[in-house]
Every structure is written in C-alpha cells, then in structure tokens.
Write a protein that binds this ligand. Structure first.
Ligand SMILES: Cc1ncc(COP(=O)(O)O)c(C=O)c1O
Length: 380
C-alpha cells in the first residue's frame, strides 16, 4: 500500500463506493461514482415504495423530498434548513435565479465571469435579452462592477482550469456596489467547506451528479436564503411551487418558503438515488475532504508537471478545486490512450486534459498510477 494511503483518514470511505479496484477513476468532477447504498435504496424505492405503496408514496415522503434532500445538500454548503430545494437541472435553476435577481431592477447589466461554463453564459444571455439588460462577460480579476450592475453570475471553480474563486471577496465586491451575486457551485459542492449563509450570498445553484455522486442526470439544487424568500419571484410558476398545490386554484400564489423555487413534478427515482448517495457525508468532515483534495492534486501535479509537452494550467496555490488540468497539443489522443489503459479522466477541446480527484474514493496509489501511465503514453 502507498505510504500516504496507509495514513489517509478517509481511506475507509472508498469501501462505501462500488468501484473496480483496477480502474483509476479521475472523472468524479464530471460524473461521481456510485455509493453502494444507492443500488440497495433504488431496489427499495422501486419495489416497495413504488411497487407496493403505489400512489400513496406521494404522501409518505415523496412530495417533500425536494426540500428534505435540499436540506441535506444545505449542510454541505453552509445553508441552514429551509433554504435549498432540489430539482430541475442547473441550467433551469440558473434561469430561475437570474430572472428573480433582475426582477424590477433599474440597473442595466448582468455580469458573468468570462471563463464560465457555457450553459451559464447561454442562459444569462437569454435572461438579458428577455429583460432588456446587457450581458457583460468579464475576467474574474477585473469584473469592474458598478451601480449599473444588477447581478453577477460566477462559477466557484472554473470547469476548465480548476481555479477556485474567492467567494468571500467577490460576494463583498458585488454587495459593495449594491449588486446581487449568484454562485454556480457545480465543481465545489461536497468537496470544500462553503459558507453561503455566513457570507450573505444572494442565490446559488449547483448540480449533484459530480462530487455529490447523485448519478447521471440527478437533479440540481437552488439556494434561496430565508431573508430573500418573501421577495424572491422566479418565472417558472409551475404548480409544485404553489402555496397550496392540491387546491388546484385558478391563479398562482407562490409558496412562502423555498418550495416556491420548485416547478413541476420531481423526478423521484433520481432524487432518492441522490438522497442515498448523500449519506456518505455522514461519515466524513468537509475539512478532511478538502485537505485530502489539496494533497491529491498537489501530488499529481508534482509527478506530471515536468513531463514533455505538458503545461499545468491549474493554480499551484490553494486557490484551486479538486482537479488538475493540463494543456497538451495532442490532448484528445492522449486521453483516448489513457482511457484504453483504464485511467479515466476527460478532455476539453481543444487541448485540455482534466483529471478530477474525488477525495472520498481516489487513492494516492491512483495518483501514482495515473502519472506513470501518462508518462508512458507521452513517451510512446
Ligand atoms: C459549472 C457548470 N455549470 C453547469 C453545468 C451543467 O448544467 P446542467 O446540470 O444543466 O447540465 C456544468 C456541467 O458540467 C458545469 O460544470
């Protein structure tokens, strides 16, 4: 056993995941691995809750699942209960959040970080054109916010480079000019301590299929702080966000709490797979997870940074998430070769190789094998 694995306080957590021992999985930042408990729970949900209880299950826990599972996500992102709801996709939740943030504003612009994940930029552009505001992409280090800025949409971790944004400083910068801030936590939820309540973040969204291991296409989340709920108005006024959905009233009246961020019928199978996956966090502290993530990424970096043709584009200081991104002219080909050798990362065009290090199940021995295999591929 690798020396670092022998003293890893999270080493036992890998056993909670259904993973092949001879595969090095470094793509948990795209699709997390399945916790073992998920398959068992899905059997129970399909056979018992759906099969035996049939429609009665809606009143035996299904209806409230988006808020209940939302509270579990909330514990991982520094949100007290009653402020997070799970449902829809990140893209849809970005739309709800931005539309709510600019509603009634007399300000002229929406700002998005220039390196944003594409869907955030696409949705922000739609919101701008629907509301008559300008969309201004700006570099994270020079956002140049002003009293014309209604809202800033920021990625906590840059999906391409792995750079971690300073949530405290940037939230403060937006608030200093009276702008709101919406954070996209897709690449940070579950792997580092986040303090949404303490920082006074206005709104946040994120997916659950990456480091939260909810499964392919598992529902996303949206954070609406208690203080903002009375004035939060999102445009997708579906019946499940109604104050009294089963009254079947003619007109829409939003739920007074976070449930107003719901829209249509929740995807219960995916939601309950996520519910089971989140139980893994009962076993770990986010501080340990973050510490291990920094160590894994530092170790990988030290082993690959001098390889021929490789340029590391992930920051070397602690302002990084749990991935290392390398630039290489033959990135697509190199990743194909790595995957053929059971070392799984991913490639982002044109020339970026991404390796994600999910601290709950990635071992230091995986880091060594990935680096060794990369060296072999580059030499061949
Ligand atoms: C930062 C970020 N935002 C959003 C998304 C995707 O959003 P959706 O869940 O709507 O597909 C991703 C997916 O990789 C992402 O990395």
């Amino acid at each position: 056993m690798n020396d670092f694995d022998a003293v890893d306080p999270l080493a036992h957590v890998r056993k909670l995941f259904d993973l092949d021992d001879d595969v090095v999985y470094l793509d948990g930042n795209s699709l997390g691995a399945p916790p073992r408990a998920v398959a068992e729970r899905m059997q129970e949900v399909v056979r018992q809750q759906w099969g035996r209880r049939l429609i009665r299950s809606w009143s035996e826990g299904w209806w409230e699942a988006p808020q209940r599972v939302g509270d579990k996500v909330g514990r991982l992102i520094g949100a007290a209960p009653g402020q997070v709801v799970v449902g829809d996709s990140t893209s849809v939740n970005i739309f709800k959040a931005l539309m709510a943030a600019v509603r009634g504003t007399d300000r002229a612009e929406i700002v998005v970080d220039a390196g944003t994940f594409p869907t955030d930029g696409y949705i922000a552009r739609s919101v701008a054109s629907l509301t008559g505001l300008e969309l201004r992409p700006a570099p994270l280090d020079a956002l140049e916010l002003s009293d014309a800025t209604a809202v800033v949409l920021l990625n906590h971790v840059d999906y391409r480079t792995g750079r971690l944004a300073d949530m405290a400083a940037l939230t403060g910068q937006a608030h200093a000019v009276g702008a709101k801030v919406v954070w996209d936590l897709c690449h940070s939820a579950g792997v580092l301590p986040i303090e949404l309540d303490a920082l006074g973040v206005d709104l946040a969204v994120g997916c659950t299929y990456k480091f939260l291991n909810g499964g392919p296409g598992s529902p996303a989340f949206i954070y609406v702080p208690t203080a903002a709920q009375p004035t939060f108005r999102q445009p997708l006024t579906g019946w499940t966000g109604h104050r009294a959905p089963f009254a079947m009233a003619e007109s829409y009246e939003p739920d007074p709490g976070v449930a107003q961020a719901r829209c249509g019928t929740p995807d219960i199978l995916s939601m309950l797979a996520l519910d089971a996956a989140l139980d893994v966090w009962d076993e770990v502290s986010l501080v340990d997870v973050r510490t291990k993530g920094l160590k894994l990424t530092a170790y990988f970096r030290s082993l690959v940074e001098d390889l021929p043709g490789v340029e590391v584009i992930t920051p070397s200081d602690d302002w990084r998430g749990h991935q290392i991104s390398l630039r290489h002219p033959d990135a697509a080909e190199v990743m194909r070769e790595l995957i053929a050798r059971d070392v799984i990362g991913d490639h982002r065009p044109p020339d970026v190789l991404r390796f994600g290090f999910a601290p709950l199940y990635v071992r230091y021995s995986d880091v060594e094998r990935a680096a060794r295999t990369l060296a072999e591929v580059l030499a061949s």
